[in-house]
Design a protein around this ligand. Structure first.
Ligand code: FE2
Length: 239
């Protein structure tokens, strides 16, 4: 009888530990997906062969877009200003009837509030890129080229482009290179094109992979570190 009770106690304790383990893991999961600094995304399939990963960052919407061959996004307009860039493939961007063939990582497009804009992939391979939308006081519809620059936080050479409401930089972070702790007036959204980058925002540390973003709101301290053995391409957007 005593042995049975003891066995039941062991089973109970094992289940309890298992339940606590599961509960703590669930909380970790919930913490991770609900984080303001490392937001989760909503996956949207447009019927036109375009797949979007949509991230909400307070007043800004950030999207990764994957555009299948021959897919077309019909010209549309909205009150938010929009900018975008592609990482691979190519894309024809239509800004108010003016069509431009976009090449990877070399140019961005900007569509002012309520300007008609659309896109089409004329190549036989998938094109990937991002776009970002927010309400702005002033903007200008244009195609802008990234130019050689120096990143003010890491002092690394970079390619950058500056507009009236944004600055975008592409920085190659060498293996073992830290990104010093900093904060700024502007909010920062960042993502990487390869590898894994350690990012800490306030007290939250994450290892960022491809397809994820970080979001550091205005005046929030953040830093990073490339702990991997490869060079990592970081794209940083100040808004
Ligand atoms: Fe749009």
């Amino acid at each position: 009888m005593h042995i049975d009770v003891f066995a039941l106690f062991l089973i109970y304790q094992k289940d309890l530990n298992f339940a606590i383990f599961n509960l703590s893991n669930s909380f970790k999961y919930i913490t991770k997906i609900m984080s303001q600094f490392f937001p989760n995304y909503e996956l949207i399939h447009l019927s036109s062969g375009i797949k979007l990963k949509v991230f909400n960052c307070q007043d800004t919407i950030f999207q990764f877009a994957s555009v299948e061959p021959n897919a077309q996004l019909e010209p549309h307009q909205h009150k938010e200003s929009q900018l975008g860039m592609i990482f691979n493939g190519s894309l024809v961007i239509d800004l108010n009837g003016n069509r431009t063939l976009m090449q990877p990582l070399s140019h961005i497009y900007v569509a002012e509030s309520n300007i008609l804009h659309g896109a089409s992939n004329l190549e036989p391979k998938i094109t990937e890129g991002f776009d970002l939308k927010r309400i702005t006081d002033n903007s200008a519809t244009s195609i802008l080229k990234l130019l050689p620059d120096e990143d003010t936080i890491t002092n690394l050479p970079c390619q950058s482009v500056t507009g009236t409401w944004f600055k975008i930089s592409i920085i190659k972070i060498p293996s073992g290179c830290p990104i010093p702790s900093h904060q700024s007036e502007q909010a920062e959204i960042g993502f990487i094109l390869n590898g894994e980058l350690q990012i800490t925002i306030e007290n939250e540390e994450q290892y960022l992979n491809q397809g994820q973003i970080y979001y550091a709101p205005s005046q929030v301290l953040h830093q990073g570190n490339n702990l991997s053995n490869q060079e990592i391409y970081l794209i940083k957007i100040l808004i």
